[in-house]
Design a protein around this ligand. Structure first.
Ligand code: DAH
Length: 336
C-alpha cells in the first residue's frame, strides 16, 4: 500500500491544486466531476477497496477534495456577489430621467373655457346622451316632417326611433323636461353627421348648446350673453353682430358673427374678406318648443344658441384644417 499511498497523495495534491485554480463555476464543476464524479479514479478505487487501511486513506482524500470543492464554490459565489454589488450599484442621488408632461387637447381647452365662462354666468353645465331619440333630436325641436336632416343620408340612424344626435340642441328638451324654469344651462359634447371628411367637415364634432329660460328674456339678453362669451373665447376686442336666419326651434332665429381677430375686421383670407366670422346659430326659443314640453310660452321666454368647438379651436389658434384636431399628431398638438 505504501507505494500506492504515495501515488494517491500525489493525486490528491494535483486535484487540490486544480480545484484551487478553478476560476469560475464551470471550471470548479469540471474539476469536481473529474476527481469526485462516479467515473473518477477515486470513486472507482473506492468501489474496489478490500482493506480498512486503504479505505481510510481514500475516504480521507475524498473528504478533503469534497471540502475543497465546497470551499471553492463558496469563494467563487462570494466573489460574484461582490462583483455584482460593485457593478450594479444604483446611485439614488443621481437625477432621474425627465418625465415629459403632456397638456390638454385644444378641444378640451376650449371646452373648459366654455364651461368656466358659463359657470361664471351662473349656468349649469350638462352632459347628455349621444344616442338620442328621433323624438328629442327632431320632433320636440319642431323640425318639420320633411326637414333634410331627417334623411338617413344626413344622419346616422340606428333604427326608426334612434339616431346619433346631430346637434346638442336635444339637451334643451332634456333640461326643460327635467324641471321647471328658470333654467340657465350649457350642454357640451359630441355630435354626428354623415359628412365626408374634408378640411372643413368631420362626421364627428363637438358643440356647446346654451339655453336660458326665464321671465322677460329678450334678444338683447341673448346678444349680451354671446358678446360676453365670444370675448371670453377670442379676446376683449371682439364685436358681435347678428344676421337673420332660420332654425326650426327658434323664432326669430339668428346667426351670430364675431369680428375677425386676424385682420381686426378689415378683411382677410380667414374671414373671406368680410371682416366677420360665422359662429353658429341662436335665437329666441320658439313657442312650439315650449308647448312640446308643457311650458307656458305666455309666462316664460328664452333664448338658445349653439356653436362648434372645433370651429372655436380653429379660430383661436388659426388651424386651417379640422382634420388636425382628430389625427392626434403630436407635432401639431404640441403647438397648442
Ligand atoms: N343646432 C344648430 C346646428 O347644429 C345650432 C343652433 C341654432 C343651436 C340655433 C341653437 C339655436 O340652440 O338656437 O346647426
Amino acid at each position: 500500500m505504501s507505494g500506492d499511498e504515495e501515488t494517491w497523495r500525489a493525486h490528491e495534491r494535483d486535484a487540490l491544486a486544480e480545484i484551487a485554480a478553478a476560476a469560475d463555476a464551470d471550471a470548479i464543476e469540471e474539476a469536481r466531476v473529474r476527481h469526485l464524479g462516479r467515473k473518477s479514479e477515486l470513486a472507482q478505487a473506492l468501489r474496489g477497496v478490500r482493506d480498512r487501511e486503504s479505505g481510510m486513506l481514500l475516504n480521507g482524500i475524498r473528504q478533503r477534495l469534497d471540502d475543497a470543492v465546497s470551499a471553492k464554490e463558496r469563494e467563487l459565489a462570494d466573489a460574484e456577489l461582490d462583483r455584482r454589488l460593485r457593478e450594479e450599484i444604483v446611485d439614488v442621488t443621481l437625477p432621474g430621467d425627465d418625465l415629459t408632461l403632456g397638456h390638454l387637447h385644444p378641444i378640451t381647452q376650449v371646452r373648459r373655457t366654455v364651461e368656466d365662462t358659463f359657470l361664471g354666468l351662473g349656468y349649469e353645465v350638462r352632459d347628455d346622451r349621444e344616442v338620442e331619440t328621433v323624438e328629442l333630436n327632431f320632433d320636440k325641436l319642431a323640425f318639420s316632417p320633411t326637414h333634410s336632416a331627417r334623411s338617413p343620408r344626413d344622419t346616422f340612424f340606428f333604427d326608426e326611433n334612434r339616431v346619433l344626435r346631430t346637434e346638442t340642441s336635444p339637451s334643451q328638451i332634456h333640461a326643460l323636461q327635467e324641471r321647471e324654469p328658470p333654467i340657465y344651462m350649457v350642454s357640451i359634447g359630441r355630435v354626428y353627421r354623415r359628412d365626408a371628411i374634408t378640411a372643413t367637415r368631420y362626421p364627428i364634432f363637438h358643440q356647446f348648446e346654451g339655453l336660458a329660460v326665464d321671465k322677460g328674456l329678450t334678444l338683447a339678453d341673448l346678444k349680451g350673453t354671446l358678446l360676453h362669451v365670444m370675448r371670453a373665447l377670442y379676446g376683449p376686442d371682439r364685436r358681435v353682430r347678428f344676421r337673420t336666419h332660420y332654425f326650426p326651434f327658434t323664432e326669430p332665429s339668428i346667426e351670430p358673427d364675431v369680428s375677425c381677430g386676424i385682420c381686426g375686421g378689415s378683411g382677410c383670407r380667414t374671414c373671406k374678406f368680410s371682416g366677420w366670422i360665422e359662429m353658429g346659430g341662436a335665437g329666441m326659443v320658439d313657442p312650439r318648443v315650449f308647448e312640446n314640453v308643457g311650458v307656458d310660452p305666455g309666462e316664460w321666454s328664452g333664448f338658445a344658441f349653439g356653436c362648434g368647438l372645433e370651429r372655436t379651436a380653429q379660430l383661436r389658434h388659426d388651424i386651417p384644417d379640422i382634420r388636425a384636431l382628430w389625427e392626434g399628431d403630436l407635432r401639431v398638438l404640441r403647438q397648442f
